[in-house]
Design a protein around this ligand. Structure first.
Ligand code: BJW
Ligand code: ZN
Length: 232
């Protein structure tokens, strides 16, 4: 499983850190249905600026290492909390984007109409008249049930659970590593800092995703593909 930290070296700011603020507000206050209803224009400004920034970044050596890992093992499932599409862009196949996709939108009322987004509108509207919203999972909202079930099934059936670049504060994702370990998985935590996952992990690799993951793959015998250097 991965969190914002794996995209940090691509230049995508993490949530809980210096980049986790927008116009003086905490991500938690913006990323909720109440925050959206309070100030939809501000929320849309935040998401549009993040979307525009994402168009300028590329997957890094950490994302690429997970693509090689998927090719090199029998069974692989990547549950990512990230909404930035960088795993898919890198080439990961079995990806569960459990917190959604920031580049997609949907009706706030979930009417089911295909969203057509007017880029000039401060708050784009659905054809039904309701506001459109980014297709991500906010605080207080359920994760897509099918994805959550797949992620939990992967956790409890895994031999190894690799936890990369997440602060381990946001549930239910924060519970995956403990579920995996309880079911017998060997848990590896990759993060430059200590997190709640570290205490539950069998080993903690202190370093950044783009440096540690390529080394880890080398160590387990999945070397770098010729012609692709692990540059960030
Ligand atoms: C590096 C690095 C490098 C830096 N390399 N690493 C149980 C207990 C307590 C609370 C709850 C609970 N169940 C539910 C809750 C409430 C809530 C919650 O968890 N609150 C906590 C804050 C306490 N959860 C929810 O509401 C969830 N829904 C839910 O549970 O539904 C059922 C329900 C409904 C109603 C009531 C009760 C239950 C939904 C959570 C949705 C989270 N959404 C967001 C926004 C997505 C859209 C957007 O992008 O705008 O998801 S919030 C934000 O946090 C985003 C992230 O995916 C998520 C996690 O953050 P992440 O990825 O861990 O990033 P950071 O920034 O926190 O950490 C970065 C890490 O990287 C750090 O550790 C760095 O050290 C590291 N790092 N550089 C490797 N180079
Ligand atoms: Zn609608």
């Amino acid at each position: 499983m991965t969190g914002a930290g794996i995209s940090a070296e691509s230049g995508v700011p993490t949530f809980r850190g210096s980049g986790g603020f927008w116009e003086g507000r905490r991500a938690e206050d913006i990323a909720s249905p109440a925050g959206f209803l309070r100030d939809p224009e501000m929320v849309w400004r935040w998401y549009r600026s993040r979307r525009a920034h994402l168009a300028t970044v590329e997957p890094n050596a950490g994302h690429h290492a997970l693509v090689r890992l998927e090719r090199g093992v029998e069974r692989f499932c990547l549950a990512t909390q990230n909404v930035d599409r960088l795993h898919r862009r890198a080439g990961s196949r079995n990806v569960l984007e459990i917190h959604g996709d920031i580049l997609a939108s949907r009706c706030f009322r979930n009417c089911g109409a295909e969203p057509v987004e007017d880029p000039r509108a401060a708050v784009p509207r659905c054809s039904c008249g309701e506001m459109l919203r980014p297709a991500v999972v906010w605080f207080g909202e359920m994760l897509p049930v099918d994805l959550l079930e797949k992620a939990m099934a992967a956790a409890i059936s895994s031999d190894v659970c690799l936890v990369v670049g997440t602060s381990g504060l946001v549930y239910p994702a924060a519970g995956f590593s403990a579920m995996a370990r309880q079911a017998g998985a060997f848990v590896i935590d990759v993060n430059p800092e200590d997190t709640p996952h570290s205490a539950k992990a069998d080993i903690s690799l202190r370093g950044t995703a783009a440096t540690v993951l390529p080394l880890l793959l080398e160590e387990i015998g999945i070397p770098e593909e010729p012609g692709r250097r692990a540059g960030v």
